[in-house]
Design a binder for this molecule. Structure first.
Ligand code: ADP
Ligand code: ZN
Length: 432
């Protein structure tokens, strides 16, 4: 099933033609309307006309989060504020929020890519979609809301939070499709259990989960506990919000909707483009955006792009799940570690819950990483010996997979704070 079969299965040649056309228009737009870009081009002695093909993108300058901050709030907008019909701001996970603006046409395109994403994950006009992403300045809720309505699904704008009510509505309204962060999906699963509702009593079939990194083992856990197929969806406010890329029924990578967003992978140190299949930093150019078109925006998200055909028939390249962002990478005694790698180890072992927290301290000059993870109630009340051996298993697995020695603390079920939006997994207590 496709939402827009013609575009989703377009030939690579035709897609490239469209990308080149739109890139040219976009470059002219930013050159003429955004002083920041015009001066960057002038410094490099470049004119928009010099770029004729997306292969020439590598000649162009990058845009960074810092550029967004320096031009706060509206400095990078390419249209007059009177053309802007919606403003959002990023969740500010890593500092002051960045403001993004959409024209009517931008909202239209956003609904289009979100509708494609929902259908790729198994949604249809007859779905009942519960949108448990936050509504408000965060792009998650409203972005998917417009996509679900565009699709013609029955849309429940419940937003995040109020978990008891989520569970009640999920049952009473016969929700078939769920959209929220993966950590919140598990929180909902806990809550269903507390209410004595088994997933078989529900009509849930599928869900799209994103806005934070999650692992393959977490997918299995969500699928099992909610009895659904769980699909990854990726996006960021600077580029549009959710719906930049999304997983199809093959569940092995997210199709990037390349007629709107051109992805590149670069080496974050040398800034040189890397070929398909290499791990690096994801960079996007939003070629159809009117309000806030960004050139080579450095997402700081680390992943791999894969070309080649997909069994689903879609021709748009796929990105792997995000390993983490370069700024949530923790460096413990010189070793680079992403929370999602630790998650994968923990969930691979079983017996522990997918709720964990990483606490980093410094003792003298040495970094210490403590991994706190919840264990199931029956195991916790079990003999101390079993807990000790579980702890040791986790320790040695972490040491062999990640080359780090961590302190492992097993904690009671539900003792780690839950999040209704993006989970906060890392508490860094080191003073730099
Ligand atoms: P903020 O940067 O303040 O968190 P956003 O709300 O725009 O702002 O979040 C976008 C970021 O969320 C992405 O750059 C990425 O790091 C993360 N993200 C979004 N979707 C996913 C996903 N499916 N997997 C991993 N990370 C994701
Ligand atoms: Zn596919």
């Amino acid at each position: 099933m496709y939402w827009n079969k013609r575009v989703e299965t377009i030939s690579r040649d035709e897609l490239r033609y469209i990308q080149n056309e739109n890139l040219s228009k976009m470059l002219r737009r930013i050159y003429h309307n955004v002083p920041f870009y015009r001066s960057k081009f002038q410094e490099m002695n470049l004119y928009p006309e010099d770029i004729k093909d997306i292969d020439d993108l590598s000649k162009l300058p990058f845009t960074t989060k810092q550029d967004m901050r320096d031009n706060y709030p509206y400095g990078l907008f390419a249209t007059d504020l009177s053309e802007i019909v919606r403003l959002h701001a990023s969740s500010g996970t890593t500092g002051k929020p960045t403001v993004v603006g959409y024209t009517r046409e931008d909202i239209n395109n956003w609904a289009e890519v979100c509708a494609r994403s929902i259908v790729a994950a198994g949604g249809s006009p007859s779905s009942v979609i519960q949108i448990a992403y936050g509504y408000g300045l965060f792009t998650g809720g409203l972005g998917l809301h417009y996509g679900a309505e565009r699709l013609g699904a029955s849309t429940i704008p419940i937003s995040s939070g109020n978990t008891d009510r989520q569970v009640m509505l999920m049952k009473d309204f016969h929700t078939t499709f769920l959209a929220c962060t993966p950590s919140y999906a598990l929180y909902l699963a806990d809550s269903l259990e507390e209410h004595g509702i088994s997933p078989e009593e529900l009509d849930l079939k599928a869900g799209i989960f994103g806005a934070e990194p999650w692992s393959e083992n977490m997918r299995k856990e969500i699928e099992k506990r909610l009895n659904i197929s769980a699909h990854n969806i990726y996006g960021l406010s600077e580029i549009i919000g959710p719906g930049v890329a999304s997983e199809c029924s093959c569940q092995n990578g997210m199709h990037v909707w390349e007629d709107h967003f051109i992805p590149e992978i670069i080496d974050p140190n040398t800034l040189e483009p890397l070929p398909y299949g290499s791990l690096g930093e994801l960079v996007f150019t939003s070629i159809t955006k009117e309000g806030l078109p960004l050139l080579r925006y450095r997402t700081r998200d680390l992943t791999v792009l894969n070309n080649g055909t997909c069994e689903c028939g879609r021709t748009h390249v796929k990105m792997n799940r995000v390993m983490g962002r370069s700024d949530d990478m923790i460096i413990v005694r010189g070793v680079n570690v992403f929370p999602s790698q630790i998650e994968d180890v923990l969930l691979g072992i079983g017996e522990v819950e997918p709720h964990y927290q990483l606490i980093i301290t410094r003792e003298g000059t040495l970094d210490c990483l403590e991994v706190q993870v919840e264990v199931t109630d029956n195991l916790f009340s079990d003999r101390i010996k079993n807990l000790e051996s579980l702890k040791n298993t986790i320790k040695s697995k972490l040491a062999s997979v990640l080359q780090i020695n961590a302190k492992v603390t097993l904690v009671e079920s539900r003792s780690i704070p839950r999040s209704e939006g993006k989970a906060n997994r890392v508490i860094d207590k080191r003073n730099y």
